[in-house]
Design a protein around this ligand. Structure first.
Ligand code: EPZ
Length: 420
């Protein structure tokens, strides 16, 4: 397995362009299964997860035309099967997002149950319950979700037991083609949910309330094609800002959406960073100062995102003071802390709370990535640490960060990938 070798200890500086959002591109690619005409999706990030989703569509017989900028035209008229196999789903849980569209457009779907993952058990009971409320018959057997709709799904009022991003997305996509009105209550408000809704509206769906906790969908008979460009990745944006907040220096992040990062930008300001924003850019300048420790509690949007928790841990471990980090979304999302402790961090974990006492110096060490955002936080810690850090199992990083070493080299980082 490839490794990253990083020599840290120097401040960073420069500009980085942000790619399309992975967590917007995945539901939007699944939504192409709802269209009765070819549909083109632009600004897709070059990521392993995107390749996996395209492979999943291709396996079903969907016609894909990909151009050199990775814009993809999807034509579902050639679809032969509605099966998402375990061998693909086990590598990417977001494959579950084809369940709603397949059921709504083709009346049946067989999708492997996504297993748990490093950060938690991540059940999909809300996805299944919502589809059953719309009249689907759903069997979970032999590791597969087997669903049938016996005619068109029916609009329904669905209350999610907890805020679930992909649960909201699956039911939103199914409701777009259902017969009648659906009301999704306690819905996720993430920008990626809004982006999916905007894409469905461009396809002819009748949706209002997206971005609030109550989404109303009046089902239509057919969805037509469109050309849609995926929203910039707010977590990739936050990750590069966090790298400079921890290592020192200044950065301008371009092709991004500052309005999707209010809670995160506020925490950078609390950490002592000078933040400026424009319509599609954010600049961060540490003014040569060590970051101040910040306390964060993760929660669904618009609160501080769980996907930025590990990156802020990497800031807090070298910050001035003590920061308390509370993870309320996933049950096991502190694995990066153990690796940081091996680099000299002072972290005490009690359940879903980590108390981080900033230290002056970190030492480079061999560490191991465990999940996507944990890997990114280890890269940040390595950029700050003195000496060399080797990060193993970086396939996690390649799932969510396009050309991470090139973008960091543009910022002056000493980082190289060695085949493992
Ligand atoms: C999405 O995952 C993101 N992935 C995750 O990003 C992100 O961390 C997460 O939302 C929270 O923001 C994609 O969008 C592809 P949830 P998702 O359903 O939808 C529980 C990354 O790093 N739950 O919002 O799977 C669940 O266990 C990834 O890019 C149920 O109990 O997360 C969790 O505790 C990691 N039953 C909580 O809800 C269900 O049916 C929130 O999960 C569904 C969820």
């Amino acid at each position: 397995m490839d490794k990253l070798i990083i020599t840290g200890g120097q401040p960073l500086g420069g500009e980085v362009r942000i790619s399309g959002a992975k967590n917007s591109a995945l539901p939007i690619l699944a939504a192409t299964l709802l269209a009765s005409e070819p549909i083109t999706i632009c600004n897709l990030p070059h990521l392993h997860d995107i390749t996996t989703m395209l492979e999943l569509l291709r396996r079903m017989g969907v016609e894909l035309t990909i151009d050199e900028k990775l814009s993809v035209e999807v034509d579902t008229s050639t679809i032969q099967e509605t099966h998402a196999p375990y061998e693909l789903v086990k590598t990417m849980r977001a494959s579950i997002l084809v369940l709603g569209p397949l059921l709504a457009h083709f009346g049946e779907a067989e999708v492997s149950l996504p297993g748990g993952c490093a950060i938690g058990s991540r059940p999909v009971d809300q996805h299944i319950r919502g589809l059953e409320a719309m009249g689907a018959e759903v069997l979970v057997e032999e590791g597969y979700i087997r669903a049938r709709s016996n005619g068109r799904l029916k609009g329904a009022k669905i209350f999610f037991d907890m805020v679930t991003v992909t649960g909201t997305e699956n039911i939103l996509m199914a409701a777009a083609l259902a017969d009648g009105q659906s009301i999704l209550e306690n819905a996720a408000r993430e920008p990626e949910v809004v982006d999916l809704a905007e894409c469905l509206i461009a396809m002819g769906a009748d949706i209002t309330g997206h971005g609030t906790d109550t989404i109303v969908v009046n089902g239509v008979e057919k969805l037509h094609g469109c050309r849609y460009s995926v929203l910039p990745d707010r977590i990739e944006t936050g990750t590069y800002l966090a790298a400079v907040a921890a290592a020192g220096g200044k950065i301008k992040v371009k092709d991004t959406r500052p309005d999707t990062l209010d809670a995160v930008l506020q925490k950078f300001r609390e950490a002592g960073a000078e933040i400026e924003t424009g319509p599609d850019w954010i600049s961060l300048d540490m003014k040569g100062k060590r970051p101040k420790a910040v306390s964060i509690t993760t929660a669904p949007y618009p609160a501080f995102p769980t996907d930025m928790q590990a990156q802020f841990a990497a800031i807090n471990i070298v910050a001035d003071g003590v920061g308390i980090i509370k993870e309320t979304v996933f049950e096991n999302r502190f694995m990066h802390m153990q690796e940081m402790i091996r680099m000299g961090a002072d972290v005490t974990i009690d359940g879903n709370t980590a108390v981080v006492k900033g230290v002056e110096k970190l030492q480079g060490a061999p560490v191991m990535a465990t999940d996507l955002r944990a890997s990114a936080s280890l890269v940040i810690a390595a950029l700050v640490a003195e000496g060399d850090t080797t990060i193993d199992r970086i396939y996690h990083i390649d799932r969510g960060y396009e050309c991470i070493e090139e973008k960091l080299q543009l910022l002056g980082a000493s980082i190289r990938r060695v085949p493992g």
